[in-house]
Design a protein around this ligand. Structure first.
Ligand code: 4AD
Ligand code: MG
Length: 430
């Protein structure tokens, strides 16, 4: 069966075809009416006249409303004045279902209202552009690792213990036992790196983020590569190649969408390898020079990250953070035991942390100490400690948050539009 989609209009110019979709807009005058037909891949201007169409088709104009579902058959021709460069001379219009008065009219709506109607808002051009860019980002993530011989492993969503601290755990009842929704697949990824060498996991992750921010969702997608025998520098090399690849794929395949969003594309084109690498201590100096009240050992807030990233056109990698503000599994720097072999990548233009990663602690005693310092139960991590008992190995990895990258590349001020149905502290519906 041959199917026709509006995005491929150039391939069926001159043919009589059937297109199926929804009425994006209807404009009527006496002997002619215009239907902007939306089929999910694009918008086609359809011209309906008494001359080309039968009477019943012509009369559809009396009942059709915005977002009514409709099937049209007609001849497609090039028309430079129409929105996509093509136009259909319609022979037949079949009304599938008449839509009730559409809640999202042309007038401006507030974001809360649009979010309440997210299931309908997704039909708009702007949301299309964002979700298509998201699609390209996800495809480029998979291609990048698949092309480099990484094995995809799927890690569990129900987990017994925290990876990223207990404060943001979502607790569930697992047949009478406590279980948590995954914050990260990393610990399981480490087990798989010992089994397969280079792996990545990619899936939804959950954090009970209790504050309202522009950068946090409670459910977000994270890709986490983990590599056997990689040290921190190799980890940073990979992170740099990876992010550069994603940016270049979006520039190559999604220019029209970036234009729809009025993204300043020159900012993305300015991104170059190598990305700057600075230590946490250097970053503290930058903040001090910018009159921020900060001392060595403090964590960076969103505003601090913006000041740091504003010094550079490309993403910046900040490495060697204080041990005390980073996760238990990070390896201590042999040159300075107060520092962890950690890395964060901060996106330009104030989009914040897009990657967090580290070299992993491979010394079992140091790891047990850190688990105890966190007040966690060694028992819950006994399988993880086995990875240090049975062939401990240097290894590293990182996690990239998909929605942060979508927000950055699309130039969105808020993370809520980066996923079809966002979950935040104040949003579970739709
Ligand atoms: O820095 P994080 O917490 O690192 C980890 O989870 C490690 N286990 C990853 C690893 O080494 N395998 O999170 C990684 C990234 C952040 O840099 C950010 O991009 C994103 O996940 N992220 C969030 N995105 C949206 N909403 C949230 N609440 C997020 N929390 C983290
Ligand atoms: Mg982090």
């Amino acid at each position: 069966m041959k199917e026709y989609f509006i995005q491929n209009a150039k391939d069926f110019v001159g043919e009589t075809v059937t297109l199926k979709g929804w009425a994006y807009n209807v404009r009527k005058s006496g002997k002619i009416w215009f239907l902007l037909l939306r089929d999910g891949t694009g918008i086609m201007q359809c011209v309906i006249t008494k001359f080309d169409a039968d009477e019943a088709s012509f009369d559809v104009k009396n009942v059709i409303t915005q977002e009514s579902s409709v099937i049209v058959t007609g001849e497609v021709k090039a028309e430079p004045r129409s929105p996509n460069g093509y136009e259909m001379l319609v022979h037949k219009v079949e009304l599938v279902a008449v839509a009730e008065e559409y809640p999202i009219a042309k007038k401006e709506h507030g974001t809360d209202y649009l979010m309440d109607n997210r299931h309908l808002w997704l039909r708009s051009k702007r949301q299309h552009a964002i979700i298509r860019i998201r699609h390209t980002i996800i495809k480029s993530i998979r291609d990048f690792f698949d092309d480099r011989d990484f094995t995809l492993v799927d890690t569990p969503i129900f987990q017994k213990a925290a990876t990223e601290g207990t404060a943001t755990l979502f607790e569930t009842d697992y047949f009478g036992e406590k279980a948590y929704l995954t914050q990260s697949g990393q610990l399981y990824g480490e087990a798989c790196a010992a089994a397969f060498g280079k792996i990545y996991c990619f899936g939804p992750t959950f954090r009970a983020e209790k504050s309202k921010t522009r950068r946090h969702l409670t459910e977000f997608w994270m890709v986490e590569p983990e590599m056997a025998y990689y040290d921190l520098d190799m980890n940073m090399d990979l992170a740099e190649d990876f992010v550069f690849y994603i940016v270049s794929q979006v520039l190559e395949h999604r220019r029209p969408e970036l234009e729809t969003l009025e993204r300043d594309i020159s900012k993305l084109e300015a991104i170059q390898k190598p990305f700057p690498r600075i230590s946490y201590s250097d970053a503290v100096k930058i903040l001090e020079e910018n009159d921020v009240d900060i001392k060595w050992g403090d964590d960076f807030g969103g505003a601090d990250e913006t000041i740091i990233s504003n010094q550079f056109d490309s993403p910046v990698m900040v490495h060697r953070y204080p041990v005390a503000i980073k996760a238990f599994y990070m390896k201590r720097d042999p040159e300075n035991e107060n520092q962890a072999l950690a890395l964060d990548m901060l996106a330009p233009e104030g989009y914040g942390e897009i990657i967090g990663g580290s070299q992993r602690e491979d010394d079992i005693d140091l790891l047990i100490n850190r688990i105890q310092e966190d007040g966690a139960s060694e028992d819950d991590y006994s399988w993880y400690l086995d990875l240090r008992r049975y062939g401990s190995f240097p290894h590293s990895g990182f996690g990239l948050g998909v929605e942060r990258v979508v927000a950055w590349l699309c130039g969105l001020k808020h993370i809520r539009e980066t996923i079809p149905f966002p979950r935040t502290i104040s949003r579970l519906n739709p």
